[in-house]
Design a protein around this ligand. Structure first.
Ligand code: NAP
Length: 451
């Protein structure tokens, strides 16, 4: 009997898990799947991206977790391509590789003062409050304790998440799985004002209505619409008329703009048509200079030359994620994705045999978790089609060396190790009256995996 097609999925976020699921949910081609992740824990952005207080979205991990128990699927955690395993070694061990490692870096603003102390990337802050082992547990305690007024640049869902987490009262978040020291830092946060900065108008914001509305439902924090919320320009009128989601977002902002200011101790200030041009400060952030913009017929922002300063002592840059390259894999440096046709990696016009992509590194950092399912299924469809060729197995993967032989000496976390981490997190949560408490420190994660 022919051996199964051996597939490595690199990255265990939603797209990787959906790809593994699709590969093992069909009977036409026999497959074995190794899901490799550089972290000791699976689920990528479901664990380290989805906001801790969005419990129903985070519960997707229970669905993804079931994939790890499927016959023919293995989890190989704590293994990084380029550190523990080269792409060449990976190619030798598998017939096909699906790269699903996402887009984990922040995009740059490219303005003076961007790298001053007190100017931070939302991606780092999110990693910290979700307990990502790459970010030190004490990384942002000083930022939260020292800042009184911060700007969040960008009007997407990550900006909304960060704004909400910083603006919630302690009793609105204490049921979540954030690490204990994160709760402590949030409890002692001095931030009273969060200024959310959109360079275009309310009709061009990329947040979704459900998430946006949550900002208006906080216990201790009011929303104030400060400037630039007019939607009478032709591009906004057209967007509202043609897109119900845009119309709903605009209606929420318009309702907020009619609200009276109240006595709550914290405020979220919404600024539209404000393009950040400089972060002020000598040795730390002292203000944000923004330039008023106008929108053209396409809804693109153009500076008017009129500037003003928003008084902030912290800046959180939330202007999107960015994919990075793996040596030896083609990369589109303009879009920060791996060039592909329907998930088959291409180098110029040529398909690279046995190499596939899914998720954010395939199409860019857009869409909700569910978007990755369709995306992964498309890629897997191409792989299975290619696997019908008898040359598919022998050409790219000899029987030996198997990846286990290559990884001798590396502390691999397998599914049993992950289950022990999971149990340890549940036990820690239980002792604090929560469902789970995330273990932040990498050594602690590895210790828990050992049991
Ligand atoms: P995003 O939706 O692309 O938002 C990025 C924001 O940054 C936009 O408002 C963009 O404005 C702005 N921006 C970009 N460059 C800028 C610049 N130079 N100056 C000022 N503003 C700039 O990205 P995201 O918020 O990082 O979210 C990534 C993806 O994850 C999205 O698909 C999002 O929906 C998803 N997500 C979903 C949830 C959820 O479902 N609850 C939660 C988090 C994230 P322009 O439009 O003008 O470029």
């Amino acid at each position: 009997m022919e051996r199964p097609v051996r597939v490595a999925v690199v990255g265990s976020g939603p797209s990787g898990m959906y790809a593994a699921d699709a590969l093992t949910s069909q009977d036409d081609v026999s497959v074995s799947v190794d899901i490799i992740d550089r972290l000791p824990t699976p689920f990528g952005l479901v664990r380290y991206g989805v906001a801790p207080d969005h419990l129903s979205i985070r519960s997707v991990r229970d669905t993804l977790d079931k994939v790890l128990d499927k016959p023919g699927v293995r989890f190989i955690g704590n293994v990084e391509i380029g550190r523990d395993l080269s792409l060449e070694q990976l190619r030798a061990c598998y017939d096909a590789i699906i790269l699903t490692y996402g887009a984990s870096r922040d995009r740059a603003l490219g303005i003076p003062g961007e790298h001053l102390p007190g100017s931070i990337a939302a991606t780092d802050l999110v990693n910290w409050y979700t307990g990502h082992p790459d970010v030190a547990p004490d990384a942002f305690a000083g930022f939260l304790a020292g800042a009184r007024s911060v700007a969040v640049i960008g009007v997407g869902n990550v900006a909304v998440d960060v704004t909400r987490v910083l603006s919630k009262a302690p009793d609105e978040i204490e049921h979540t799985d954030m690490p204990e020291h994160v709760f402590a830092a949030l409890r002692s946060s001095g931030i009273g004002d969060v200024h959310v900065i959109g360079r275009r108008g309310p009709a061009q914001a990329t947040w979704t209505t459900k998430e946006l509305r949550e900002l208006g439902e906080l216990e201790e924090t009011q929303v104030v619409v400060e400037e630039g919320a007019d939607v009478s320009d032709p591009a906004s009128v057209a967007a509202i008329g043609s897109d119900k989601a845009v119309a709903r977002n605009v209606a929420v902002i318009q309702e907020w703009s009619l609200r009276e200011r109240d006595a709550r101790r914290r405020s979220i200030h919404l600024h539209f048509r404000c393009r950040p041009v400089e972060i002020l400060g000598e040795d730390r952030v002292e203000g944000l200079v923004v330039e008023r913009t106008e929108l053209d017929e396409e809804g693109q922002a153009h500076g008017t030359g009129e500037t003003h300063v928003i008084p902030v002592d912290g800046v959180i840059r939330s202007v999107g994620y960015r994919g990075t390259t793996i040596p030896g894999v083609p990369f589109d440096t303009r879009r920060n994705v791996i060039p592909n046709v329907d998930g088959r990696v291409v180098d110029g016009e040529q398909i690279v045999p046995g190499l596939y992509v899914a998720g954010w590194i395939k199409r860019g950092p857009t869409g909700i978790i569910g978007t990755n399912k369709k995306d992964a299924v498309q890629t897997v469809g191409c792989l299975l089609e290619d696997a019908a060729d008898p040359a598919f197995r022998t050409a790219t993967a000899p029987e030996e060396p198997s990846v286990d032989a290559v990884l001798v000496g590396v502390e691999v976390v397998d599914v049993a190790g992950w289950r022990r981490i999971d149990a340890a997190e549940r036990a820690r949560g239980e002792s604090a009256g929560r469902e789970r408490t995330t273990i932040h420190d990498r050594a602690d994660l590895l210790g828990s995996a050992r049991g």
